[in-house]
Each structure stands twice: as C-alpha cells, then as structure tokens.
Design a protein around this ligand. Structure first.
Ligand SMILES: Cc1ncc(COP(=O)(O)O)c(C=O)c1O
Length: 415
C-alpha cells in the first residue's frame, strides 16, 4: 500500500519520512516480548517481576483521603496554571525539614511539575540552542537528552563506572565539548546504579559548573528513599542555588507515580524560565493532586515507612544474590540493586550457557527462570533488580525471595 502523505510530513527529529518503519526493537520492548512469551509458555507459573521501576503499593490512605476531600472543593476545579501556594510552601518546608536546605522562597524559587519526567522534557527549551552540548550520565534516564536533541542540541555521555563509585569523571570531558556545554544533568540516588552522591562530589560539581558556566539539573526522583540518615539534596551544597535546580517527585517518595506531581526548586532565574515554558506547555496539575502531594511533603514519615520496606527487601535480595555468587552490595538508597551480569550459567547436569551481554542474561532469566530484570550494557554489563516486586504480605515477600534463591540456585553462575 502506498504511504499516506502524512508519512512525508514527519519531522526529522522523530525519523522524518522513515518514522515508524524501523524494525529495531528497543530494550524495554524486548523485555516485554520475552515476558509475554514466557507467560504464554508457562501460563500457570509465577513470573517474578524485578524489572519494574515504580512502587508496588498504592499511595497511603491519608493521601488518597486528602485527594478526595480536595477534589470536592469548587475552588480546586479549574486550570491550576503554575500552581497555588500550598505545594510551594510545603515544598519549601520539606526542603528545610527533610533536606536541611534553609531559606527557600516558595514564591520565586519553587514551582510544581507534572512529574519530573515532564519537567525534564520542558527544561531543554529554556537552555538548549542548536549546537549546544548537554552532559548526561550513562546508564541513565535520558529524557532531558532526548528533548535537547529535539532542539538541535548534542548529548555528551559520561559513563558511570563502578570503580568510580558510579560518579561521573568531570575531568574526562574533552575541552571542545566543555566549551559548547550548557547543562550537566545528574541523578542521585541514581537510576539504574542505585549509587548515591556525596557532599564532596556535589561541592566539586558546584565549583566545576561555576568554572565552566554550566547549569546543573539534579534529578532527585529517588532522593527521599534513603536507608540511613537524611536525603542528600544538591541544594544543600553552598553555591548550588547559583548554578542549578533540583527536581523532586511525589512518584516514588509517596507512591504517587500515576498522580503526576513533583516540584522544581533552585535558582530563581531558572525556575522562572521553567515556569514560563511550562505555562506554554500545560495548564498545571489538578490542584487537588497538588494539595495531596503537599500533604505528603508535610508528612515525611510516610516516605520513611516506604524506604524501610525497600531496605528490608534489599537486605533479603542482597543475601540471596550474594550466596549465588553475584557481587551484590546494598545501595544507600533507591529501590535498585545493580549487579555485574554473569558471563555464563552452568546447569547442574552440565550444559553451559554463555552470555555476551547483560541483555542476553536478562532474556535468559525471563525465559528460563521466569525472573524479569532490566539489563544495562552502557558502561560494563549489569543487571538491575528492583525490590518493588508485588507481595501480598511480609510472609509472601520472604516466600518470593526464597523462590528467587531456589530458581537461581539451580545453575552455577560464572562472572
Ligand atoms: C531518574 C528518574 N527521573 C525521573 C523519573 C520520572 O519521575 P516522575 O514520575 O516524577 O515523572 C524516573 C522514573 O522512573 C526516573 O527513574
């Protein structure tokens, strides 16, 4: 059949007249397909899903109740635009109380987001001209880079190596790239490595940004999910507000992924620019949702309970994987356990399966062991296990980790 004229109208940034014709299958689609195939072949078996990147539980009842009460108020019904005072005030209080970041002006230094993903897609419009460079870490969450490219920008990838504690080596950026760079995008605790930053690293980032006139965008989507101590905010570092902004999200912090709410805080000029482009992109999140998120921000004990659950599950999974030979170390936060992928698996009766990539391992795990993970081959070969698997209760949680141990224990892994 001949192409519709529409085929010739697509913008080059999404493939131009070749849009939709590529046969390439991307990683997450491959995982989905392998999962579907495993389920079709084993319709009664239990798939253990350690691949999901979002909480397994609903928002706490008090947040749901707050939403219901706020949804009934006529004054909350309309366009929220860049938001009212409730979430901004709660966010400033949260930054102070939870992150030790003092003195934020809720009127000028904070604006809500319809989730951090939306903020990461809006922000490039404020900074990126054709030919500009954006510094991104890999493996990572690439949304800012994707949109930077839409605007004609270039992405320079900074690999996160285990030997460097999964922190980027800022000195490795070539001079000619640095000259054209405008933005450094960071994310700690990090997806997928689970690594945390340190105040020393963030202080180096502030100095580096000032020296090279860069804007720092710190995506703190997992910042609140810490297993010890307080969350580390980039904004807590002296001088951070001169160079950047931080993105907080209710998605993981309060089990509100589908609700779509967060906030952007930091440098006043950057927050204003974000607000201006946002105002031309959306009409704000429903005020009832913003007020429910504000309730969460005023109740950080909710996040502490969520983090305690992940910490407990992480302990169990680290123990199971370590016994099987993985070099599994509990991260300081997030819900991701990131481990080196094995090079081979040897079946008990003999028979050796060689893996060339982490993706090979992940495909094998889903097909043979009905365990879903996310592979990363960007800087070394790693598997990401999420402790957000669905369990009915504590006993079920332990049953599932025992089941993982049993299934993986049937082979001997070589690393
Ligand atoms: C690093 C990172 N940033 C941002 C997001 C998206 O957050 P939100 O739900 O607030 O859009 C995710 C979601 O998986 C993520 O992993």
């Amino acid at each position: 059949m001949a192409d519709s004229y529409i085929q010739n109208l697509f913008a080059e940034r999404i493939g131009g007249n070749q849009y939709g014709k590529s046969q390439a299958i991307y990683k997450f689609e491959k995982i989905k397909r392998a999962r579907r195939a495993a389920m079709a072949l084993n319709p009664t078996a239990e798939i253990i899903d350690l691949g999901v990147g979002e909480p397994d539980e609903m928002a706490f009842p008090e947040i749901v109740e707050k939403l219901c009460a706020e949804a009934r108020k006529p004054e909350n019904r309309g366009y929220a635009d860049n938001g009212d005072a409730a979430l901004k005030k709660a966010a400033a209080h949260y930054l102070d109380r939870v992150c030790g970041v003092k003195g934020f002006n809720p009127d000028t230094e904070i604006i809500h987001s319809i989730g951090s993903k939306a903020a990461l897609s809006i922000l490039p419009a404020t900074l990126v001209n054709p030919g500009d460079y954006v510094l991104m870490t890999v493996p990572g969450y690439g949304v800012f880079g994707t949109h930077a490219k839409y605007y004609g920008g270039n992405v320079y990838n900074l690999p996160l190596w285990e030997e460097k504690a999964f922190l980027p080596d800022l000195n490795s950026i070539p001079g000619e790239v640095l000259e054209k760079s405008k933005v450094l995008v960071l994310n700690y605790p990090n997806n997928p490595t689970g690594a945390s930053a340190t105040p020393e690293f963030f202080a180096r980032v502030v100095a580096f940004a000032k020296e090279h006139q860069l804007v720092v965008v710190h995506d703190a989507a997992y910042a609140a999910l810490v297993f010890e101590g307080k969350p580390l905010s980039f904004l807590a570092i002296p001088g951070a507000k001169d160079v950047g902004i931080e993105l907080h999200s209710a998605s993981k912090t309060f089990n509100m992924t589908g609700w779509r709410c967060g906030f952007v805080a930091g440098n006043e000029l950057l927050v204003k620019a974000y607000g201006d482009v946002k105002d031309n992109s959306d009409s704000g999140q429903f005020l009832a949702i913003q007020h429910a998120a504000a309730h969460g921000l005023e109740h950080p004990e909710i996040t502490e309970k969520i983090a305690a659950k992940y910490s407990r599950r992480m302990d169990a999974l680290v123990e199971v994987l370590s016994k099987i030979g993985f070099n599994a170390k509990k991260p300081k936060g997030s819900f991701f356990l990131y481990v080196k992928a094995p090079r081979a698996a040897v079946r008990q009766g003999g028979g050796r399966i060689e893996f060339k990539t982490a993706e090979d391992v992940s495909q094998w795990l889903i097909a043979e062991k009905l365990i879903s993970t996310v592979p990363w081959d960007d800087a070394g070969r790693y598997l990401r296990f999420s402790v957000t698997f669905v369990a009915k209760n504590l006993a079920d949680e332990y049953r599932i980790t025992d089941e993982i141990a049993k299934r993986l224990g049937e082979v001997k892994f070589e690393f």
